[in-house]
Design a protein around this ligand. Structure first.
Ligand code: ATP
Ligand code: MG
Length: 265
């Protein structure tokens, strides 16, 4: 199962990605979490201790690796490099693990789509392709609102794109543009995850304003989640009601994707 999570800044993408990753891992799945946000902070949401997290070097910043695999030094434009570098050993070599979740931090990926053809991008794109197409595990990607860097071909392998919205008109606007982008690059299953709900009228407002996207779950605003964030602990360990709501999300995902059991390890 390959799940990408997007949405406006601050809506709760990382909270949901990290908690969902822990949930799948606890239920016996092999899980790879991908931090594809340049401002990476998925590690603490998974519960990876600070001492480990602070030593994580994003893949795009591993200049020697980029050069070794692509044959070109990053930052020197105009040279020749491999567009299909070897990547299949990277997840095992460079992941950081905790609680049965393995985390890969991608680093800055150019968002220009066809724009920047550079060695770092060639490596990350090949890796993304490998993770989404070749690997038989649950992959959960925490992304920013821009999802173009998934690219055509790769995007088709995303089983579900979760667009997170909170009760705000700007997050609705962003959800609409993400939907359009996602359709343009060939993502077939796009769903809403409503977050930070304080009352029924807020949920109704979101349903009314985004009728084009099916809702998989509605998650309540919770002080425990905020506190967990402040204390740097995983919301998975701090808020049982969030875990219950994400169990609903997981069940819904299995229903709409229809092959959840295939990847059980
Ligand atoms: N249901 C919730 N109830 C209360 N607080 C929440 C909830 N979901 C997320 N938060 C809080 O909202 C803040 C933003 O959450 P998070 O970092 O997951 O969002 P994000 O979409 O990944 O943000 P960014 O765009 O900066 O990466 C955090 O402080 C988090 O603890
Ligand atoms: Mg985030």
């Amino acid at each position: 199962m390959k799940i990408a999570i997007s949405g406006k800044g601050g809506v709760g993408k990382t909270t949901i990605a990290g908690t969902l990753a822990r949930l799948f891992a606890d239920e016996g799945y092999k899980v790879l979490a991908i931090d594809a946000d340049p401002d990476a902070n998925l590690a603490s949401t998974i519960g990876i201790p600070d001492e480990l997290a602070k030593n994580i070097v994003p893949l795009s910043a591993m200049k020697d690796l980029v050069e070794e695999r692509t044959g070109a030094k990053p930052g020197f434009p105009g040279g020749l490099f491999k567009l299909n570098p070897k990547v299949d050993d990277i997840p095992d070599k460079f992941c950081t693990g905790a609680f049965g979740v393995r985390l890969l931090v991608m680093g800055t990926v150019d968002k220009g789509g066809m724009g920047c053809i550079c060695p770092e991008n060639a490596l990350l794109r090949s890796l993304m392709r490998h993770l989404l197409i070749d690997r038989d595990e649950v992959v959960i990607m925490d992304m920013e609102a821009g999802i173009e860097h998934l690219g055509r071909g790769t995007a088709e392998s995303v089983d579900a794109l979760l667009v997170v919205v909170e009760p705000s008109s700007r997050s609705i606007q962003t959800a609409r543009s993400i939907k359009k982008l996602a359709e343009d690059i060939g993502i077939k299953r796009i769903f809403l995850v409503i977050n930070k709900i304080r009352g029924g009228e807020e949920e109704a407002y979101l349903r009314e304003n985004l009728p084009e996207l099916p809702i998989l779950v509605s998650i309540k605003e919770s002080p425990e989640i905020r506190l967990a964030d402040l204390e740097g602990i995983s919301p998975y360990d701090a808020d049982q009601s969030l875990v219950r709501q994400l169990k609903t999300l997981k069940k819904e995902l299995e229903r709409v994707i229809g092959h959840g059991s295939r990847v059980r390890s």
